[in-house]
Design a protein around this ligand. Sequence first.
Ligand SMILES: [Cu+2]
Length: 351
Amino acid sequence: MTALLTIAVLILVAIAIWQMTKIFELSQYSTENSQVANDSDNKTNGYLLFAFLIFIYAITIFSFWKYSKFLLPEAASEHGGGYDQLMLVSFIIIFFVQTITQALLHYFGYKYRGETGKKALFYADNDRLELIWTIIPVIVLAGLILWGLYTWTNIMDVNDEDDPLIVELYAQQFNWTARYGGDDNVLGDANVRMIDIDRANILGLDESDPNASDDVIVKELHLPVGRKVNFRFRSQDVLHSAYMPHFRAQMNCVPGMITEFSFTPTITTVDMRQNPDVVDKVKRTNAIRAEKAANGEPNSDPWEFDYLLLCNKICGKSHYNMQMKIIVETEEEYNAWMASQQKFGQTIAAQ
Ligand SMILES: [Cu+2]
């Protein structure tokens, strides 16, 4: 009932405004009958341009002030620094050009507004001017593209140098599973057709492949700091995307094919929790959670920072919650954790 009344009131208010506008228009009719803008209209519009310019500058400054704290903390992978630098330089250039061109655009819009008796100057071309505004973007863009290609090639180069750890990330609606190659660091063959839930073969490993029996299947990704990791991605059902924002890493998981990505984690979870940006974020989040707890609302437990593997493709209704914890730790901690895990062969034998 309240909703109905609210809608009725809103409709009445809208009709009232519409009627008042009409009355206002009619009252103006006798004095200014022309549809052609006069000098005073043009001047008003010129000033409005300046107002708009101030608005976009103000909203930019406001966004920097208000939202910078939501950016990711420093990159926790070897290639991440170069990636961030490329993005930062690109943003600075875009920001610089945008600030200047917007000011010029709006200023000239005002300066050359329509005025009675003012005539436009016919100006065919100026070779030198055209040369300048062609050459400068060409140099800047070519520089950015070359640097970008170089960075891209480096990031996307998946090779077996430096004895990388081999890890498979397996996506399905709506969770992640990780698989390690085991003692031999070689992943056994797998295919979704061989999935056998009754025998706990959830990833479809080929039980006859000798490389498969020492594979380790887990629901929490542990990585030793400073060691290169080669990831292989598979998907069981639809397109997913393995997104590890703190490591500046993302790769599509495509049903029917294996995709790859490689990175070296450089900061352990324990060290990242000491990072000033992370400390600040945890403090802010926990302040909100404490407030929730005081009101008896759910999801109010104190939060602790962890690296995450997220899904970055809208893959279905629980996509938003498709994630896996990543723990970067020292070599010793990693080895101890790995030693405590059950191997695929043991799981199958136990059935
Ligand atoms: Cu997904």
